[in-house]
Design a protein. Structure first.
Length: 85
């Protein structure tokens, strides 16, 4: 298969994306401000990790206390219940 990101990928290296439940989906078009507690989806750790917004960038990305220039689709808000625990 010739993918938009890599040519000649063998079929055994391709799979359908997993269905995400509502609690694993990133926030849809949410906007955050400096100081907001959020969760960042780490590709390295393959899980959501707690973070804090340090700044909002002009291009729509966020600088977090754990990583700079994070796209909005890798961030979700933290519920009140999560903040209390």
């Amino acid at each position: 298969y010739n993918l938009d990101c890599k040519p000649e990928v063998p079929p055994d290296k391709i799979r359908q994306p997993e269905q995400q439940s509502e609690d694993t989906k990133p926030a849809a078009r949410a906007s955050f401000v400096d100081g907001d507690p959020v969760e960042y989806y780490s590709a390295t750790h393959q899980k959501w990790i707690p973070a804090k917004v340090i700044s909002v960038n002009a291009g729509g990305t966020y600088d977090l206390d754990c990583k700079p220039d994070v796209p909005a689709d890798k961030i979700r808000g933290v519920s009140e219940k999560q903040l209390e625990s």
